[in-house]
Design a binder for this molecule. Structure first.
Ligand SMILES: [Zn+2]
Length: 185
């Protein structure tokens, strides 16, 4: 006898035993369920009749309960409005920063595939950070150029090479997410 068939026989025996036990218990389970429902029903009917009996309650208790109920209602409404009105930053995947259109994806909470496009013709921009390798240049910067618009410089980011510029844009996106400025988009 192979190991697999031994296992299936063992499982069959266990299932039969458990099924038998459940079947034995069913009458008593049925009894418990029906007594639970009759108890529940008597609770509901007694609560219902109690609601229609006149009670002596001080006016201030009624006022207090009304005020507390109103406060609770307002809190729930405000809470729901905040949750439903909150814009998820994962839908924020485009913005105009330093004159260029930047687009990216969110990989969980990280920006990926960040690049820029021409706001006039939608062309993909090319970069030029040659000033960072030129020791005679006073400032190091990265220009983003549209070849489709007479090689005009669309965006220019001072301070470093291409990876510095992309880092600067990422930091700006992160800032807008933190300050919730992105929600205006
Ligand atoms: Zn262009």
């Amino acid at each position: 006898m192979s190991e697999n068939s031994a296992k299936s026989i063992r499982n069959g025996v266990i299932a039969t035993v458990i099924g038998g036990v459940i079947l034995m218990l069913i009458p008593s389970v049925r009894g418990y369920v029906s007594s639970f429902f009759s108890w529940l029903w008597s609770g509901i009917t007694s609560l219902w009749s109690a609601l229609w009996v006149e009670h002596l309650v001080f006016g201030w208790i009624i006022v207090l309960i009304t005020v507390m109920a109103l406060i609770g209602l307002v809190t729930v409404v405000l809470f729901l409005r905040e949750i439903l009105g909150k814009k998820d930053f994962h839908s924020y995947t485009e913005d105009v920063i330093h004159g260029a259109v930047w687009r990216w994806r969110w990989t969980s909470n990280n920006i990926s595939g960040l690049w820029c496009f021409c706001p006039r013709c939608e062309a993909t921009l090319v970069y030029d950070d040659s000033t960072c390798r030129n020791y005679l240049a006073n400032t190091s910067r990265t220009d983003f150029i549209c070849e489709n618009c007479n090689n005009s410089v669309i965006a220019s980011i001072n301070g470093g090479n291409k990876s510095y510029a992309l880092g600067a844009i990422e930091r700006e996106i992160d800032r807008k997410v933190r300050t919730k400025e992105f929600e205006k988009h």
